[in-house]
Design a protein around this ligand. Sequence first.
Ligand code: RTP
Ligand code: MG
Length: 140
Amino acid sequence: MASNRTFTMIKPDAFEAGNSGAILKMIEEAGFKIVAMKATQLTPELAGKFYEVHAERPFYADLCTYMSSGPIIAAILEKDNAVEDFRTLIGATNPANAAEGTIRKAFATSIQANAVHGSDSDENAAIEGSFYFSQFERVG
Ligand code: RTP
Ligand code: MG
């Protein structure tokens, strides 16, 4: 059975542009409950650890620099079928390919500055949520 939680970050481009509130509104209107949330800023080292799975990809160094370039919002979200439904809500990695009505279609400005992160599996959702939040910083 699919887990009912996923993990998201509002990335530095969207935070800096003042789009956090509008993005959180889309998330809630799509039926997700925010069960943990904080504003913070990653160091390049922490960004490297978070995106370790991409260490061999050509964009890894740029991604770590970008993700530590400014504040972000990290959150754990709850909904039935959370991981898959949230990936649908955020849209394709490249905003040029993102469907109408998705967060990336509305707010992403490039394949890198693409407004939001969404976990790609139940296992990674749990790992990523625990990266940012202790048991005392989240609901349930
Ligand atoms: P995310 O993990 O952030 O939700 O994004 P995703 O699954 O849609 O895409 P993924 O392949 O996991 O890539 C992670 C992030 O790396 C940046 N990226 N840059 N320059 C490039 O070609 C490139 N490709 C990916 C994006 O910020 C992407 O979201
Ligand atoms: Mg990904």
